[in-house]
Design a protein around this ligand. Structure first.
Ligand code: IPD
Ligand code: CA
Ligand code: CA
Length: 264
């Protein structure tokens, strides 16, 4: 499958950062046994990966603006184009030696998501999507799963932890969805959660309080794989509200409905 120039640029940046993370992940697994743990080491790995992505993307497309998790917003001369970058999505997994983490890069043109790349270095899985061009996992076209009933579905989510608000809301949501779905998964990387929905591995996903860089690439991927992604009200305010609900048309609709239910 020939890739467009812009996807090539993004893939190169994501894979280079991914290789750096994979090397650091090997070290983290060694540090795991110490009492202090690999905390500082992981922050360095995260910053190193972001640095690589920033360098690669700025070199290939000078002037584009950035929104990056570590550096925040960096305005370029070209305000029409903005990269949304999470150099390491799944930090808690990484820190604990769990090989589920990713690099996520999205490109917005005039506020519209036009390209997305997510790379899981531990499994060497590369997910790409371009607006109007479909979504791919390692060059194989992705389609969202076709299941029609929530009762047959595996649904991903995120569970807020210490220091995060909305624990009550998350418990209500969990309770509602667990009563209707075949299974719930918490992978620990929102970017991969959405990529898994695009790949048909999970049938749906919802999470609240995410940041734009967690979900931008994944949202495009789900759409390009024939799925739907909205905020929990069914609107398009995902990046600002932090809430996202995804799935095929029917499962997306069922999830939206289930998440509105009061708990009986
Ligand atoms: C986190 C992951 C996780 C989600 C959290 C995010 P990070 O990103 O995407 O799955 O539940 O809300 O903050 O901190 O690992 O980049
Ligand atoms: Ca993240
Ligand atoms: Ca991160």
């Amino acid at each position: 499958m020939p890739r467009s120039a812009i996807i090539n640029v993004m893939v190169q940046a994501a894979m280079k950062a991914g290789r750096s993370l994979a090397r650091d992940f090997g070290e983290v697994q060694n540090l795991q046994v110490s009492l202090k743990g690999p905390g500082d080491y992981v922050s360095q790995a995260d910053r190193r990966a972001e640095e690589i992505i920033h360098t690669e993307l700025s070199r290939a497309r000078p002037g584009y603006s950035f929104l990056m998790e570590e550096r925040g917003a960096v305005d370029g001369d070209d305000p029409q184009h903005r990269w949304l970058v999470d150099p390491l999505d799944g930090t808690t997994n990484f820190l604990h030696g769990i090989p589920i983490f990713s690099v996520s890069i999205a490109l917005e043109r005039q506020g519209t998501l036009v390209a997305g790349v997510i790379y899981n270095p531990a499994m060497d899985e590369l997910y790409t999507a371009e607006r109007g061009g479909g979504a791919f996992l390692n060059d194989r076209r992705m389609r969202v799963a076709a299941r029609r009933e929530l009762t047959d579905c595996v649904i991903g989510t995120g569970i807020p932890h210490l220091g995060r608000g909305h624990h009550g809301r998350a418990l209500l949501d969990l309770r509602n969805v667990m009563g209707e779905a075949a299974g719930i998964r918490r992978l620990g990387s929102a970017a991969l959660d959405l990529a898994y929905v695009a790949a048909g591995r999970m049938d749906g996903f919802w999470e609240d309080a995410l940041s734009p860089w967690d979900m931008a690439a994944g949202i495009l991927m789900v759409r390009e794989a024939g799925g739907f992604a909205t905020d929990r009200n069914g609107g398009q305010d995902m990046l600002d509200s932090g809430s996202v609900v995804a799935g095929n048309e029917l499962i997306h609709r069922s999830l939206l409905k289930t998440l509105q239910k009061p708990v009986s």
